[in-house]
Design a protein around this ligand. Sequence first.
Ligand SMILES: [Zn+2]
Ligand SMILES: [Zn+2]
Length: 287
Amino acid sequence: MPRLFLSGGVQDKRTEHKMDAILNWLINDVPANALAGLQFEATRYATGTLGVFFGIWIFLEPLLKSRKIRKPTPRRRQIQMELFNSFKTICVFVALDIAIFDVAQAGVFKKYDDIAEYGQLWYWLSIPVAILLHDTYFYWAHRAMHHPKLFKTFHLTHHRSHNPTPFTAYSFAVGEAVVMYAFVPLMMLIMPIHGSALVIVLLIMIFKNALGHCGYELFPRGTTHHPILKHMTTITHHDMHHERANGNYGFYFTWWDKLMGTEHPDYEARFDAVTARRSRKIAPQTA
Ligand SMILES: [Zn+2]
Ligand SMILES: [Zn+2]
């Protein structure tokens, strides 16, 4: 048999196997991973945003009237737009879940399943470490997206919510959704994290995100002067970011904004004014 023909035959067989593997991936793996990703991403989104919406906007609203940061209450059309954008964000997250699933299976990430591998101490420490890393990633990614050359493509969609609602949390353009998603695989490349610790971090992220956009100040009076609490970003902190579309870029903590001089000079006064309102007669500031 001519050698050329033989090698061609082997090549054909290899191509055939590759085609089979791709078809098998498309028919079996992709739908299964898509379903698992969709279940997780949709549940996480719904738990955070609906939890904050029903908890703050419906049940606690009568008690929190004086803590409404700005009027007017966003219109239904804004919430519809945010829900539509959130649906797109979830689709992007699921697509990226599918894309990185095989990379994860190949053992590229440092995610682990047996707590004994790194011990109890690291299990609990890994959660605040992940939060600190996310805070730094968020500050710089967020600031970068405010660059005039990037703002329109990446971040304008999020800022269409001038006065935010809990559903603003995922109201992203496709590009911003990719940037927001990228933190988790990057983090798993550099630090070991147990699967359940990762779920806790992801839940903290969505709750902090939805609360930061809820429009009602929940932190106690005096927070910005308290030696420990002053380092936390309050609801007013991110609300002012949406109101003015600049400054106050931090997510969990205020230290990057303080260090880089990007905190609004009147942030503390604004927070104090919002939390000083005791009576319903003192109306929230009109946007
Ligand atoms: Zn925001
Ligand atoms: Zn922004």
